[in-house]
Design a protein around this ligand. Structure first.
Ligand SMILES: [Zn+2]
Length: 83
């Protein structure tokens, strides 16, 4: 096996090229295997959904807090202006 970057000869179990220091990626089974690739994509979609729901949840909390704050403000300050 030779280095993809410099073409230098690599030891069988090398993780980095001893010539140029590049990490050895090998045959990249994730892109070669469509099953693994789709599973990877699914996981990324799942992560995106988790992030999206977290953002929605956070904004919902903020919206609720803002609404409660307005209601509380109106409740406490509304009585004074009525006078
Ligand atoms: Zn190299």
């Amino acid at each position: 096996m030779n280095c993809l970057y410099c073409g230098g000869k690599l030891p069988a179990e090398a993780a980095f090229c001893p010539v140029c220091g590049s990490p050895i990626v090998g045959e990249e089974p994730e892109t070669a295997d469509p099953m693994t690739a789709s599973r990877r994509r699914q996981r990324r979609v799942k992560q995106g959904l988790i992030i999206a729901s977290a953002v929605i949840g956070a904004s919902a909390v903020v919206a609720t807090a803002t609404t409660l704050g307005i209601v509380y403000y109106k409740h406490t300050h509304g009585g004074l202006t009525k006078k």
